[in-house]
Design a protein around this ligand. Structure first.
Ligand SMILES: Cc1cc2nc3c(=O)[nH]c(=O)nc-3n(C[C@H](O)[C@H](O)[C@H](O)COP(=O)(O)OP(=O)(O)OC[C@H]3O[C@@H](n4cnc5c(N)ncnc54)[C@H](O)[C@@H]3O)c2cc1C
Ligand code: FES
Length: 251
């Protein structure tokens, strides 16, 4: 991991509150792995303070792509960056990553959480594994990464809360349709992750969760991002994670 000064090559609104930003980053593109993330400096004058954490959503040639939701001041600033803007980016970060073992992988993403799985999906496909994405959101408008899934030619299932696209209901329903030979990796809102863990206990699937936490440093120093383990200890999401076996952590 190191600090990089990267140039924005594109920054486009997709739909709802989701954008995709691209950076020219040959060095990062060559070494980043699915599940890893970057800490992006949103302001040079410390207002707002601190860097923001983002999964690397895709790597194409020498570019990295980040899919992001505009939810507060930092991401609002990001959405104003034009081609040519230079930005400080620290990474790649995260040591605990997804498990590539197993021949069949179900990748469950809730909302922008899908961006935490996309690069891993491409890695699995490159290894010749069977991959199905399960993508859930409240409404059809919030399925902002549909074009990416289609363009990449992945198999996918869609769930929306209101039934405006795909199946109506929760993404966790899908676990009942895929037998235990499928390894499950999930990323999304905490409530979804809890539900995936709960249902997987019943169905017997092996599940890996990519967790989110408020992060100040991103490299294990501030202890601001800890998650409690089943053994009653704590692990740092940024350092030991962000991916953990579901049975290891308490959400
Ligand atoms: C490892 C990791 C990977 C991430 N990957 C992505 C990604 O690929 N795309 C993406 O859009 N977002 C991702 N996030 C979340 C992203 O870091 C936050 O949305 C971002 O920091 C918000 O910055 P802001 O200044 O706009 O919002 P703020 O003004 O700081 O906060 C606005 C709202 O967002 C909530 N929030 C802020 N940070 C987080 C967080 N880390 N987790 C949950 N809620 C938060 C706050 O509670 C508040 O309600 C990731 C977070 C982590 C820890
Ligand atoms: S963000 Fe500082 S220890 Fe994880």
């Amino acid at each position: 991991m190191k600090d990089h000064l990267l140039e924005v090559t594109g920054n486009v609104h997709l739909s709802g509150k989701t954008w995709v930003i691209r950076f020219s980053a040959p060095e990062l593109a060559a070494k980043v792995r699915g599940g890893q993330f970057l800490m992006i400096e949103v302001s040079e004058n410390y207002d707002p303070m601190g860097r923001r954490a983002f999964a690397v959503g895709d790597v194409r040639d020498e570019e990295i792509w980040i899919f992001y939701d505009v939810v507060g001041r930092g991401t609002k600033i990001m959405s104003g960056w034009e081609r040519g803007t230079r930005v400080r980016v620290f990474g790649p970060l995260g040591k605990g990553l997804f498990d590539h073992r197993g021949e069949r992988h179900l990748l469950i993403g809730g909302g922008i959480g899908l961006a935490g799985l996309t690069l891993f999906g491409k890695e699995l496909r490159g290894m010749g594994k069977e991959v199905v994405f399960v993508y859930g959101a409240r409404t059809a408008e919030q399925l902002s990464m549909m074009d990416w899934l289609k363009e990449e030619g992945f198999s996918y299932l869609i769930y929306t809360d209101d039934g405006s696209a795909g199946r109506k209901g929760l993404v966790t329903e899908v676990l009942k349709e895929f037998d235990r030979s499928w390894v499950v990796s999930a990323c999304g809102p905490k409530a979804m992750m809890r539900e995936v863990s709960r249902v997987a206990k019943e169905t017997g699937h092996k599940v890996y969760l990519s967790l989110e936490a408020r992060m100040a440093c991103g490299w294990g120093v501030c202890l601001g991002c800890v998650v409690r383990t089943r053994e009653g200890k704590f692990k740092r999401v940024c350092w030991e994670g962000p991916v953990f076996p579901a049975e290891e952590v308490v959400l």
